[in-house]
Write a protein that binds this ligand. Structure first.
Ligand code: ZN
Length: 168
């Protein structure tokens, strides 16, 4: 999923954790993709090969992705805990830590909706995912979902800031 659509979850999460810095929430939404770049550079992970995008067929996979460390379900839970627990301790706020952890996990969940090939463990089987992008109508629904998320994130954040200002 698009980084902006992931980031919108950080904006939506902000009212739930006033003590969590906005930059930390936005960064949290990108953790699996940032880790992927690192693991890819180390030669541990690679992206799937796909055919040129065609709106009538959706995304056609030519070879599977391999990203169990950054995008596996087990590791998504681990990264969420690894981000959430220290954040909660540093900010002296369990709620902020919990929200930061959940925000990290939101990345996996959104990717799960969109892609068909999310690893669970450290092997390439099983792969799970709702795979919205693998059909023409699904691909369009996926793009709409991203637009709705971005608009929703911005609206939630603007509403929150207005409320904060009127409380001052
Ligand atoms: Zn991702």
């Amino acid at each position: 999923m698009d980084p902006l659509a992931h980031a919108s979850i950080g904006l939506m999460a902000r009212p739930a954790a006033p003590k969590a810095p906005l930059w930390a929430l936005l960064l949290a939404t990108q953790v699996p993709d940032l880790l992927f770049f690192g693991f890819e550079a180390l030669g541990l992970e690679h992206q799937a090969e796909t055919a040129p995008l065609d709106l009538s067929t959706g995304l056609v996979y030519l070879s599977p992705a391999h990203m169990p460390w950054s995008h596996g379900l087990v590791m998504a839970v681990a990264w969420s805990l690894l981000a959430g627990i220290p954040s909660g301790l540093i900010l002296c706020d369990r709620r902020a830590g919990g929200v930061i952890g959940l925000t990290v996990f939101s990345h996996w969940f959104l990717d799960f909706i969109v892609y068909p090939n999310m690893p669970v463990f450290f092997t390439d089987r099983p792969m799970i995912g709702a795979g919205l992008v693998t059909s023409g109508p699904g691909l369009i629904a996926g793009i709409l979902l991203e637009v709705i998320l971005i608009a929703g994130g911005l609206a939630a954040f603007i509403h929150y800031r207005k409320k904060q200002r009127s409380n001052q």
